[in-house]
Design a protein around this ligand. Structure first.
Ligand SMILES: Cc1cc2nc3c(=O)[nH]c(=O)nc-3n(C[C@H](O)[C@H](O)[C@H](O)COP(=O)(O)OP(=O)(O)OC[C@H]3O[C@@H](n4cnc5c(N)ncnc54)[C@H](O)[C@@H]3O)c2cc1C
Ligand SMILES: *[C@@H]1O[C@H](CO)[C@@H](O)[C@H](O)[C@H]1NC(C)=O
Ligand SMILES: *[C@@H]1O[C@H](CO)[C@@H](O)[C@H](O)[C@H]1NC(C)=O
Ligand SMILES: *[C@@H]1O[C@H](CO)[C@@H](O)[C@H](O)[C@H]1NC(C)=O
Ligand SMILES: *[C@@H]1O[C@H](CO)[C@@H](O)[C@H](O)[C@H]1NC(C)=O
Length: 624
């Protein structure tokens, strides 16, 4: 951090003293940091952890006096929807993060949600406690009570102030302010009669014997319905499109089972109900203290004047649960922030490296980056963006400090065991399926490979520029659901939903690993040209590993053998392990011996000997 004096030097002459006095007090010196992060929510803290680890010059500005202040208020009924699964039957820390949706990443094992709550869906206050402990224990630099405004990009840096006359400049800016401004539709008449989710009473007694209409269909809407449907006459819910159940879409932001009690009372005809209507067609009218939902234009239309219109009874309360949008008011009016496209319009538009499309050097972290995987993966939630915040950090390290993406190098005889270890424990690629993947770079010498974890696969065409690793031949490993399996209304319980047959691996529906081999890096054009259903451009070779009920890809014939065959084809090598005696015999009768024999021979020359699968099983504790 450096202090630069403002252009005015306070003059000592008494004559001008009085006139300049105020200016000197108000404009205290501008404070400069290399990195400024705005917002100490879970994503700001996660990024802060990595900046702290690398000793970068950074600060996190937070307008509240605590970290994670979003969770002081939300979710309103205080039950988190992120899973705190404390038991998996395994001791592997990395594996267990697949089922811990609340903790942030760190080296400190005491900073895990399992030590804070026994509830599968903990109380939101517990998360606030956790996040503040995380900040304290890890020494993350948060400047509280600092509300940043007037952000502008000027001469390759960012300027901003805190509303108390303090100005800041930053070389790089990371906006981690969340998506926390309630979405209030402007074009619906009568919204003034409606209570917002942000203000709604959380005391069910306040709804005793009332008829309630909820606008919206998401988790907040159903969470609210769940809290009151034991007290009300009826709860009706309207939304534009059909209910999207999380278990049928495999998207954690869709309606979660923990909130969906009202679906029962609807389908069992217990007076509650759910129906579809676009809000732009309706208005809310107050008559005799009751609220009526009416159609705007088409009152003449016979459909709407039918005397059995579903919402013809008046309501005592109408509640708006229509989601949240990104708050652009923190920027001044010279700063352009283009909204995301289509359904992602509530998010700022960013590139796959989390950088603003409008402002170079301005990055986003956390739920504000969810335009990249909206309704697909977990990037809008703690268990997803903890990994994308780390990926952002890795990208920044290479771009600004010439530190390449973290990697290991190993002989190709260890490729299969390295992959298997990751398939069976990696949490980042598991949570951020379809978005983050592992990348194997085959070295020109033919005997070694470089392994990168949790890389944003949409940047694979720019791998050298983004990661600092030159690459031509690569294998990308991504977790995927079956292409036409997930979707609102799809029958995900159908009898033939899963396969156990390795030959049918490409028809796997549940989350399973897929390997894409490219003999040359895909180009920007290849990325643009790929079909919307494909994660990556057509590879040279493609390998699906058959889905597994236990998510343990450790079957000798179902998983290991087909994987080895695939790698042998990619590498054009025999990857089997041989006893020394066999190697000796082969050496006497063949011009070329298999790689594992060569590797053993090279052991003395600094290369590590081939790693056996039995060794793998022992090391990775998975099979204990
Ligand atoms: C109702 C609701 C319930 C949710 N429940 C869950 C859940 O149970 N589990 C889950 O994983 N996700 C949940 N989410 C998603 C949730 O948005 C994210 O998990 C999380 O809060 C986002 O983290 P973040 O760090 O991106 O932003 P936030 O947590 O929103 O943090 C942003 C921070 O920036 C600060 N800030 C904003 N503007 C400024 C400024 N100008 N200057 C300084 N500081 C500023 C804010 O005070 C805040 O502390 C929920 C979302 C909603 C809307
Ligand atoms: C934060 O401010 C609130 C009131 O605004 C106060 O009650 C609380 O004690 C403060 N917390 C901390 C940690 O300072
Ligand atoms: C931008 O904001 C400044 C200061 O608030 C104001 O004077 C100016 O008119 C605004 N410009 C535009 C184009 O809105
Ligand atoms: C990558 O390739 C470039 C250009 O060919 C070269 O200058 C650079 O040294 C290479 N980097 C590494 C790490 O091999
Ligand atoms: C893009 O895809 C189309 C059809 O899918 C194909 O005909 C065309 O050759 C592709 N272009 C490039 C540059 O790959």
């Amino acid at each position: 951090m450096t202090l630069t004096t403002r252009p005015y030097q306070c003059p000592l002459t008494l004559f001008v003293f009085l006139t300049i006095f105020t200016t000197c007090i108000i404009s205290s010196p501008t404070i400069h940091h290399d990195y400024c992060v705005i917002g100490a929510g879970p994503s700001g803290l996660q990024l802060g952890y990595y900046l702290q680890q690398k000793n970068r010059d950074y600060v996190i500005f937070e307008r509240s006096n605590v970290s994670g202040s979003f969770y002081l208020k939300y979710p309103r009924h205080r039950k988190l929807i992120s899973i705190n699964k404390r038991n998996t039957g395994k001791t592997n820390k990395e594996f267990n993060m697949r089922h811990d949706w609340n903790s942030l990443l760190s080296h400190d094992d005491s900073l895990l949600m399992r030590h804070y709550s026994k509830e599968l869906f903990p109380h939101a206050d517990v998360l606030v406690k956790y996040l503040n402990d995380y900040k304290e224990k890890l020494g993350i630099k948060v400047q509280y009570n600092t509300e940043i405004r007037n952000i502008e990009r000027k001469e390759n840096q960012f300027t901003m102030d805190d509303g108390n006359g303090q100005k800041y400049t930053c070389s790089k800016l990371v906006v981690a302010t969340g998506i926390a401004t309630p979405n209030v539709p402007q074009n619906v008449d009568g919204m003034e009669h409606v209570i917002g989710y942000e203000d709604v009473s959380i005391n069910p007694e306040d709804f005793e014997g009332q008829s309630v209409l909820i606008l919206g269909r998401g988790n907040a809407a159903f969470e609210t319905a769940d809290a009151i449907y034991g007290n009300t006459n009826v709860v009706h819910m309207v939304g534009r499109s059909r209910v999207r159940l999380s278990w049928s879409t495999h998207y954690v932001g869709d309606l979660r089972a923990v909130n969906n009690g009202l679906l029962d009372t609807y389908q069992l005809k217990s007076l509650d109900g759910v129906l579809e209507a676009g809000l732009e067609e309706v208005k809310i009218v107050k008559q005799n203290g009751k609220l009526h939902l009416q159609f705007k234009e088409d009152e003449e239309d016979p459909v709407f004047s039918l005397d059995n219109f579903a919402l013809r009874d008046p309501y005592d309360k109408v509640i708006r649960c229509l989601g949240f949008t990104f708050d652009k008011s923190i920027f001044n009016n010279k700063t352009v922030i283009t909204p995301g496209r289509g359904r992602a319009k509530k998010y700022p538009k960013i590139n796959y490296n989390y950088e603003s499309v409008d402002n170079p050097g301005m990055f986003f972290a956390g739920t504000a980056t969810h335009s990249l995987d909206f309704r697909k993966s977990a990037g809008g939630f703690i268990h997803g963006f903890r990994y994308t915040a780390r990926a952002l950090h890795n990208l920044l390290e290479w771009r600004y400090h010439q530190v390449p993406w973290p990697f290991i190098t190993a002989p190709v005889t260890q490729m299969e065991s390295t992959i298997l270890k990751r398939l069976n424990e990696a949490s980042g690629t598991y949570q951020m399926f379809g978005i983050l993947g592992d990348v194997i770079i085959l070295k020109d010498n033919g005997v070694e490979f470089v392994y990168l974890e949790d890389y944003p696969i949409n940047l694979i065409d720019e791998l050298p520029q983004r990661s600092g690793h030159n690459a031509t031949r690569v294998i990308a490993i991504v977790m995927e659901y079956g292409k036409d399996f997930s979707g609102p209304g799809n029958d995900v319980f159908r009898i033939n939903r899963a396969t156990g047959e390795p030959a049918e691996a490409h028809h796997s529906n549940f989350l399973h690993p897929v390997l894409y081999y490219y003999d040359k890096l895909p180009t920007e054009q290849d990325m643009k040209n790929k079909s919307i259903k494909d994660l990556l451009p057509h590879p040279r070779l493609l390998h699906h590993i058959v889905e597994d009920f236990l998510t343990s890809w450790d079957g000798w014939t179902s998983h290991l053998l087909p994987l080895r065959r695939f790698l042998e084809e990619v590498l054009d090598q025999d990857l089997r392990s041989y006893f020394a005696e066999t190697c000796m015999k082969l050496a006497l009768t063949h011009t070329n011996v298999p790689l594992s024999c060569q590797m053993d021979f090279m052991e003395g020359q600094g290369l590590v000997p081939a790693y056996s699968l039995a060794q793998l099983a022992k090391d990775s504790k998975l099979l204990i």
